[in-house]
Write a protein that binds this ligand. Structure first.
Ligand code: NAP
Length: 277
């Protein structure tokens, strides 16, 4: 029977560790989540981040600005958060409205407060192996693999998807663990031939049914990052029928999803320690 790798279980252990760490700190790490507009998905993500941060005992606030906030106004707000000694983590919820340059906004966040790990300074450090705040979803995936004792050393890891928030940073983290990494994408020829090589196969595409059972090697470890709404159900990118061929898999929902917020809070505590100690 394959191991079902529950992200809820792993997130619980992250929260327990953070609680213990926080009890030894003389200060309360502070997180500010900035949102423009009322896009329902962004409202629900920012609320969840704030709720979990407060449950953990962090000083957290959502700064909800109107959709028509100008780029200059947003940059001014970030500048004031950057210079506020009491603030440890700044997160700007993406996507931003089209009149705002998201890259410019990300680059305006002080790298030491960039708890999403998207600033080019942190991205560079991720690849050079230096001290960096790491993007939350890829960091959460490594944490799941560690929790379930999945050895990466020398293994064939195939990442399907090359976004800046999941695929690319995940490739860097896997390489850092001495896996042999292949990154596949929409222009990859014969995706199945590539995925069948994988000891560890990670799908981060956003398209249900991208990975079918015939594309999976027997005994592979499957990690599904995809979150797709099909009718009233959430499904991943990997067909559940492929789980039977695996040695371990993350379900959707309840796999990678719960880890992203947990790692955001871990990054906030980490940012506070690095900045204040
Ligand atoms: P994205 O920016 O849209 O990137 C999707 C990637 O998939 C692209 O690199 C694209 O290739 C590739 N792709 C598209 N169709 C493909 C195909 N037929 N075969 C192979 N590759 C293909 O998406 P993302 O932001 O990385 O997110 C991916 C999924 O993960 C989404 O479902 C998202 O909701 C989910 N997600 C979940 C969490 C979580 O916490 N659980 C966090 C982040 C994202 P090209 O580069 O060639 O276009």
């Amino acid at each position: 029977m394959p191991t079902r790798m529950s992200g809820h279980e792993v997130a619980k252990s992250v929260y327990a560790e953070l609680r213990e760490e926080l009890s030894s700190l003389a200060y309360t790490p502070a997180l500010r989540v900035v949102r423009l507009g009322e896009d329902p998905a962004s409202v629900s993500y920012t609320r969840l981040k704030d709720k979990r941060a407060k449950e953990l005992g962090l000083d957290s606030r959502v700064l909800a600005l109107p959709e028509e906030t100008t780029q200059e106004e947003l940059l001014d707000l970030i500048a004031s958060l950057n210079s506020d000694e009491d603030i440890d983590g700044i997160l700007v919820q993406l996507p931003l409205p089209s009149h705002v340059d998201a890259d410019l906004v990300i680059e305006s966040i002080a790298p030491e407060k960039d708890v999403d790990g998207f600033h080019p300074f942190n991205v560079g450090r991720l690849w050079t192996g230096g001290k960096a705040l790491r993007p939350c979803t890829p960091a959460g995936i490594l944490r799941i693999l560690d929790h379930f004792d999945i050895d990466l050393e020398g293994k064939e890891a195939v990442v399907v998807g090359r976004s800046n928030i999941v695929g690319k940073p995940l490739a860097a983290l896997l390489l850092g663990r001495n896996a042999t990494v292949t990154v596949a994408h929409s222009r990859t020829r014969d995706l199945g031939a590539v995925t069948r090589r994988a000891d560890v196969l990670i799908a981060a595409v956003g398209r249900p049914g991208t990975i079918t059972p015939d594309m999976v090697r027997d005994g592979a470890v499957l990690v599904d990052v995809g979150v797709n709404r099909v009718g009233d159900k959430l499904v991943g990118d990997i067909e559940p029928a492929a789980w039977d061929k695996s040695s371990a898999y993350t379900p959707v929902p309840g796999g990678v999803g719960p880890m992203t917020v947990a790692m955001l809070l871990a990054n906030t505590v980490q940012a506070a320690r690095w900045r204040r100690e």
